[in-house]
Design a protein around this ligand. Structure first.
Ligand SMILES: Cc1cc2nc3c(=O)[nH]c(=O)nc-3n(C[C@H](O)[C@H](O)[C@H](O)COP(=O)(O)OP(=O)(O)OC[C@H]3O[C@@H](n4cnc5c(N)ncnc54)[C@H](O)[C@@H]3O)c2cc1C
Length: 300
């Protein structure tokens, strides 16, 4: 029986482990893939306080080392569900079951990918899924943004501050989302929107040089020269394993407020997998602290 089981070893889960261990609790982290989570895909992180510029892997290594040095245990396994046995929570994984007094779900999210040729190869070499994270690397450049919803419009506005031009590629005849954002975008001279179009391929050997698009009405194909492609077609929270135990919102995020409590007493949630406005390393770490201290209080 553990005091706290943390599911997911991204910044949220690792911060939760640090706080829980410093509160004297016995902690097991269960991680199904890479220790460090999404950070390990980021070539450069420049917005984590106190760390002006380092690779995602370096930041991940520091957080992992910190959590492990305080005595958190790690199990490499994939969690498939959480069962409520009253004062005990049973965490089911592919390799077996683990019991704890409290559980923190910190399973993060994945950016939806376009699924086009060269996308994986050029990720980090022109292709990005986060304008807040990577927009500054494309100052003065021409960039393309795939998507047309609220987050895509917000990303386009942000990119237009520093990039030479921002070309949005939207599959529909209009931008979905808020009118105020549409108006702000329309006022930006360096932003244009190409409607009824989808990205079909990416060009570039070492780094991205162009984005191939197709007009879905005429079938016409063309290439937009670009140093960057930002993909903003949605996030997929990694929460399917919890759909029977926890309340998820319509997009699959675990329902929780700033206290990081879920609908199930003794189960907390932190980071990108929960309902929230901003999904970043710093906000995930902040959640980890809040969730861990809430779990510590719950155990008593
Ligand atoms: C390419 C890229 C660049 C980025 N750049 C920046 C940046 O510069 N600055 C910034 O602040 N943010 C950046 N981000 C966003 C940032 O990485 C995330 O907001 C942050 O990692 C979220 O942390 P998390 O702990 O909530 O989730 P994650 O980092 O997603 O970690 C969740 C972990 O849970 C594990 N997991 C999921 N399901 C299970 C399961 N069933 N069983 C066991 N383990 C499970 C996953 O394998 C993963 O390791 C970037 C993201 C990407 C993809």
């Amino acid at each position: 029986m553990r005091d706290i089981i943390i599911i997911g070893a991204g910044p949220a889960g690792l911060t939760a482990a640090i706080y829980a261990r410093r509160a004297g609790k016995d902690v097991l982290i269960i991680e199904k893939a890479a220790m460090g989570g999404q950070m390990t895909f980021s070539p450069l992180i420049e917005n984590y306080p106190g760390m002006p510029a380092l690779s995602g892997n370096e930041l991940a290594d520091k957080m992992v080392e910190h959590a492990l040095s305080l005595g958190a245990d790690v199990e490499l396994d994939e969690v498939t569900g959480v069962e409520d046995l009253g004062d005990v929570k049973r965490v089911h994984a592919l390799g077996g079951s683990f019991d704890a007094k409290a559980v923190i779900v910190a399973t993060g999210a994945k950016h939806r990918h376009l699924g086009v040729e060269n996308e994986e190869r050029l990720t980090g070499a022109g292709v990005s899924y986060c304008a807040v994270c990577d927009g500054a690397f494309f100052a003065g450049e021409d960039v393309v943004l795939a998507g047309g919803g609220n987050s895509a419009m917000q990303e386009a506005l942000l990119l237009s501050e520093t990039c030479k031009t921002v070309t949005m590629v939207q599959n529909l005849a209009f931008l979905t989302g808020e009118e105020t954002l549409r108006q702000k975008l329309a006022a930006r001279e360096n932003v244009r929107v190409i409607y009824h179009s989808v990205v079909t391929g990416l060009e570039g050997t070492d780094t991205l040089t162009g984005v191939r698009i197709r007009n879905t009405e005429s079938g016409e194909e063309s290439t937009l020269p670009a140093a960057g492609l930002f993909v903003a077609i949605g996030l997929l929270p990694d929460t399917a394993a919890f759909k029977n135990a926890l309340t998820l919102n319509e997009y699959g995020y675990v329902q929780a407020d700033e206290s990081c409590r879920t609908n199930l007493p003794g189960v907390f949630t932190a980071g990108d997998c929960r309902t929230k406005a901003i999904r970043q390393v710093s906000t995930a770490a902040a959640d980890g602290a809040v969730a861990a201290l809430a779990a510590v209080r719950y155990i008593g």
